[in-house]
Design a protein around this ligand. Structure first.
Ligand code: ATP
Ligand code: MG
Length: 235
């Protein structure tokens, strides 16, 4: 529980490559929070060859957005799996105003409104380099960066030992399109949440610079006894 009463219901918003996946993992290492990543969900659907995966593969490969209808349904399903008293964060959703309004509608109908939106504000000139250095473990969504956060064994996931892959949309051409979509469709959400007084913008060049700010922000919201993993000395 957060603030002594409400569980954390958090969005991570940031341009492609801003480190949403990395920050979600770190938050989960320290706090008792469920995480839903829209991109990871889609990549898992593609790997499994589901109907959604088949529909989404082309858009993802081209850097376009998957339809709002598919995304809203997918995320609603995931949110339904989480108990109303549990904290959660969303990474990569909502990405359009239509998605944001659909999410509000879902959450308001169960009386569980969002209570925090964190904007990861990373300068554009460092992001492309980071993307070109990025390798992922598709089944878990774990992200590595060959410069800042390399795997313990080259090319292999730290936890499973399975091979890491490059994402097909992590190339300069597709990245440019993803960035354009972000400016055009996702950035307007920042104003939407700012007006509701739930937006916090955190700046830095690397995830290492930004994470301590997130941690501090969340620590003040979680009761100490719920930082189980921190107390147990895992972090
Ligand atoms: P990063 O993973 O570095 O934060 P990103 O935000 O571009 O970069 P993902 O969130 O993994 O990457 O999304 C990859 C692709 O999946 C998007 O380019 C888009 O095609 C699709 N996608 C993910 N989330 C959504 C969404 N909420 N709405 C529509 N399409 C989405
Ligand atoms: Mg991601």
């Amino acid at each position: 529980m957060v603030d002594g009463h409400a569980p954390l219901r958090l969005l991570l918003i940031g341009s492609p490559g801003a480190g949403k996946g990395t920050q979600s993992s770190r938050i989960q290492d320290s706090f008792d929070v469920n995480s839903i990543s829209s991109g990871d969900l889609l990549r898992r659907n593609i790997a499994l060859g589901t109907d959604i995966g088949v529909q989404a593969a082309k858009e993802m490969k081209n850097g376009a957005l998957v339809s709002d209808k598919v995304m809203v349904k997918l995320i609603d399903q995931e949110l339904n799996k989480i108990g109303s008293q549990q904290s959660w964060l969303l990474d990569g959703f909502p990405r359009t105003m239509t998605q944001a309004q659909a999410l509000d509608h879902t959450l308001e109908s169960s009386n569980q409104p969002l209570n925090l939106v964190i904007h990861l504000n990373v300068p554009e000139n460092v992001i492309l380099q980071r993307i070109m250095d990025r390798w992922v473990h598709i089944p878990s969504g774990r992200v590595y960066n060959m410069t800042y956060n390399p795997p313990k064994r080259a090319g292999l996931d730290d936890v499973t030992g399975e091979p890491l892959e490059r994402r097909p949309d992590d190339n300069p051409e597709t990245f440019k399109i993803r960035l354009q979509k972000h400016h055009e469709l996702t950035e307007p959400l920042l104003d939407y949440y700012k007006q509701r007084n739930i937006l916090v913008s955190l700046a830095g060049n690397t995830s290492d610079e930004i994470y301590p700010q997130i941690r501090q922000l969340l620590q003040s919201r979680f009761k100490p006894e719920e930082e189980e993993k921190v107390e147990a000395g895992v972090v």
